[in-house]
Design a binder for this molecule. Structure first.
Ligand SMILES: [Zn+2]
Length: 135
């Protein structure tokens, strides 16, 4: 810590702009100018997108998947009703549309949103409608 650049008799404690000049000054001399507590260096922001990579992948995939048509909100109910009505087993249905049975179960129970491709297959296999065009 150098001496005050104005009076030179006290230790400099602050940085102040006095008559347009940036100086290291003591408390007393700082009163004559505009004090800048910290050097005017742009601080890098703490928050950054650096560690968020990958977290948006899911949303992106969903957006790509539903280019136009969307899966109806009550798709699970429609599927479930139709499957019991027809009397199909999950295994039979899974085989007929060439899908994994446990995946199919999750879809029918509403735990997993089907892809548009799967939804179309189910529509054909069960003669139902579970997709719609967004308004
Ligand atoms: Zn001074």
């Amino acid at each position: 810590m150098g001496d005050c650049e104005v009076c030179g008799s006290k230790p400099a404690a602050k940085v102040a702009i006095i008559e347009g000049v940036r100086l290291n000054v003591c408390y007393d001399c700082a009163k004559h100018g505009k004090v800048i507590e910290k050097p005017a260096v742009a601080m890098p922001k703490a928050k950054g997108p650096a560690h968020n990579m990958g977290t948006h992948a899911k949303g992106k995939a969903a957006a790509l998947q539903s280019s136009r048509e969307e899966i109806m909100d009550d798709y699970a109910e429609i599927l479930h009703k139709q499957i019991s009505k027809i009397g199909l087993s999950y295994n039979q249905l899974a085989m007929s549309i060439d899908e994994n049975e446990s995946y199919l179960k999750r879809v029918v129970h509403g735990d997993t949103l089907p892809t548009l491709k799967l939804a179309k297959k189910l529509e054909r296999a069960l003669n139902i409608k579970i997709t719609e065009l967004p308004e």
